[in-house]
Design a protein around this ligand. Structure first.
Ligand SMILES: Cc1cc2nc3c(=O)[nH]c(=O)nc-3n(C[C@H](O)[C@H](O)[C@H](O)COP(=O)(O)O)c2cc1C
Length: 283
């Protein structure tokens, strides 16, 4: 019993850092414990995924809720080494070189696709133009559904001892990525996900999150409340960065950089054009 309590306390300590306030009334289940244990994995062993891992991830992904039951997402599992290398090289041209070695290292790269192509075809086969699919909301729906599917898949992967990292960086070269894996019109790689066996000699720690009042509002949004909690979060982030031997950087500084540095976009500033060229009208 003591060990049980200790594990939970340790998880909360890692998730929120030593000094931030933590919820004291978590209803612990194995699923909750697994979610609170999440950390992105960026160092992989070369071993292939166990038999059934991909299918388990996809069944989990398909079990996520999806808008109107329209199943408007797909996933391309890239295992071919040359193809993976080609995708990695394509992205490497858009980011500093040390930023993406995990794309090549992971045995599988999943490309999560917001996919209106099937439903457009099914509609046309019935003699009509899919006019609703031309609207921004349809694009958003497909993107949301691809994301929910991916998150379920990630939890499944983690539950069988694999590690994952999402790869928004795939959107830096959205046009080329779509061409390389032969995506049809009306579909778009929302993000990638590297999957594999974590190399535990090189993996990172659980990354802290801000105290709950920063994100949780009761009944009505309290603008600016986050301010009183930011210093506490900075302390937790600094402790994490120090432990990971990352160069010191404040969270506020990172937020500022992310919101002001166009180099951070790495090509994603052209996304609207690419998405429209891929057949989404975004009305
Ligand atoms: C949609 C999305 C895209 C992401 N893209 C990248 C990426 O391109 N490269 C990367 O190293 N990490 C990427 N990440 C991982 C985040 O940096 C990571 O989830 C965040 O720092 C929190 O760390 P944790 O997942 O270890 O808790 C992405 C995460 C999400 C949700």
């Amino acid at each position: 019993m003591t060990a049980f309590v200790d594990t939970k306390a340790a998880l909360l300590e890692q998730r929120y850092g030593a000094n931030q306030q933590k919820p004291t009334n978590i209803i612990w289940t194995p699923q909750v414990e697994a979610m609170l244990s999440h950390k992105s994995v960026r160092t992989f062993l070369p071993d292939a995924l166990p038999d059934g891992a991909l299918e388990t991830m996809v069944a989990s992904a398909q079990s996520a809720s999806n808008s109107s039951g329209f199943n408007q997402w797909s996933v391309v599992a890239v295992t071919d080494r040359e193809l993976k290398q080609k995708l990695s090289n394509t992205i490497a041209r858009t980011v500093p070189t040390d930023r993406i070695p995990w794309i090549e290292e992971a045995p599988v790269l999943l490309l999560w696709v917001a996919d209106l192509s099937r439903n457009a075809e099914i509609t046309r086969e019935q003699g009509s133009e899919p006019v609703v699919l031309e609207y921004l909301d349809s694009f958003l729906m497909a993107s949301i559904d691809a994301t929910l599917a991916a998150q379920n898949a990630s939890l499944a992967a983690e539950s069988i001892g694999l590690g994952i990292v999402y790869l928004g960086v795939m959107r830096n070269a959205a046009k080329e990525v779509a061409e390389i894996v032969n995506l049809p019109s009306n579909s778009f790689v929302t993000f990638g996900m590297a999957v594999g066996h974590p190399d535990t000699t090189r993996t990172s720690s659980i990354r802290p999150r801000p105290a709950q009042p920063v994100v949780l509002h009761h009944n009505s949004y309290e603008q600016g409340r986050y301010r009183e909690y930011v210093d506490g979060y900075e302390d937790a982030c600094l402790a994490f960065r120090t432990k990971q031997e990352m160069k010191p950087k404040t969270w506020r500084g990172a937020v500022h950089e992310g919101a002001t540095s166009m180099s951070y976009m790495g090509g994603r500033e052209n996304l609207r054009e690419t998405v429209i060229a891929r057949g989404f009208k975004l009305r």
